[in-house]
Design a protein around this ligand. Structure first.
Ligand code: PBG
Length: 322
């Protein structure tokens, strides 16, 4: 035998020399939930180890993560039902706690990279990402609200705006709204290929943001489709997105690879709540070694072509490699 692939696997040193993919804390954006109030830290029941923090404790959590080397955060707000309405008006109320949280985080940690979420669902009494009228999600009317939301978030200090709503034309609309308001340097990470997935349930528990009626299939993509991902990617590029994102990550590694091969923009992938909870649950039952499965899963996302990984595992990963 001339060729013996096992020779390159014979020792830890050789294995590490030929390693093609390496994870680093710098690859991660850590999604964090914020709630109104003081001294509150509530665990999300379907996401062990993940909490909703009031602003004071959010600042502590971010400081801890910064010390572990995580420098990028995606902050999501959980609003009580009485703050929600049909038009998500609370989302651009300058006094609202989410905008205050962004402002306080940026003031305390100017070097941190703060990403914010643009979609109506946390503020919508219908639990949808757009305006609902007679059971339909209105596209163009929703853009106006998303534009106000994005400008308010940029004003509060967001470095990256993350439109997760999947309305048509939103990247161009947000780009123009931000530019007109003077936020030419605020980046857009578009949720380019966001699928209508059953893996989002724990996130909807965390925010209490599940749709009150119907599903999200008229705006989020069909898990059966790849071509649509290319169409969305082409539009997002033309409309001025700075990053393209695929979501979820693990069940869509082929989509990550496809976008990586078809775009020069950096590709991000969102390792979503359900992907996190499955691994945690199996680990708690003793059915899997959750730490090893976490590392293998995160590696697969990077190997597929994502240079940025949004993951609830970010902090655990950082603690592990520290
Ligand atoms: C809301 C939004 C969702 C997620 C991120 N932004 C849920 C949804 O679209 O229903 C899911 C994140 C996760 O599951 O971790 N537009």
């Amino acid at each position: 035998m001339y060729r013996r692939p096992r020779r390159n696997r014979k020792s830890p040193v050789i294995r590490s020399m030929i390693e093609e993919t390496r994870l680093s804390v710098k690859d991660f954006i850590f999604p964090i939930f914020v709630i109104e109030g003081n001294n509150k830290k509530e665990e999300v029941s379907s996401m062990p180890g993940i909490y909703r923090h009031s602003i004071d404790l959010l600042l502590k959590e971010i400081e801890e993560c910064m010390n572990l080397g995580i420098k990028a955060f995606d902050i999501f707000p959980a609003y009580p039902e009485d703050k929600k309405d049909k038009y998500a008006s609370e989302s651009y109320n300058p006094e609202t706690f989410y905008l205050q949280a962004i402002h306080q985080v940026k003031s305390a940690f100017p070097e941190a990279c703060i990403m914010t979420d643009v979609a109506m669902d946390p503020y919508s009494s219908d639990g949808h990402d757009g305006i609902v009228e007679n059971g339909k999600i209105l596209n163009d009317e929703t853009l106006d609200i998303l534009g106000k939301m994005a400008v308010a978030q940029a004003q509060a200090g967001a470095d990256i705006i993350g439109p997760s709503d999947m309305m048509d034309g939103r990247v161009a609309y947000l780009r123009e709204s931000l530019d007109i308001a003077g936020f030419k340097e605020t980046s857009i990470m578009s949720y380019t290929a966001k699928y209508a997935s059953a893996f989002y349930n724990p996130f909807r528990d965390a925010l209490d943001s599940a749709p009150k009626a119907g599903d999200k299939k008229t705006y989020q993509m069909d898990p059966a489709n790849l071509n649509e991902a290319l169409i969305e990617a082409e539009l997002d590029e033309l409309e001025g997105a700075d990053f393209l994102m695929v979501k979820p990550a693990l069940a869509y590694l082929d989509v990550i690879k496809l976008l990586k091969e078809n775009s020069q923009l950096p590709i991000a992938a969102y390792n979503v709540s359900g992907e996190y909870s499955m691994i945690k649950a199996a680990g708690e039952k003793g059915w899997l070694d959750s730490e090893k499965v976490m590392l293998e899963s995160l590696l697969s996302i990077k190997r597929a072509g994502a240079s940025i990984i949004l993951s609830y595992f970010a902090k655990e990963f950082a603690q592990l490699v520290k």
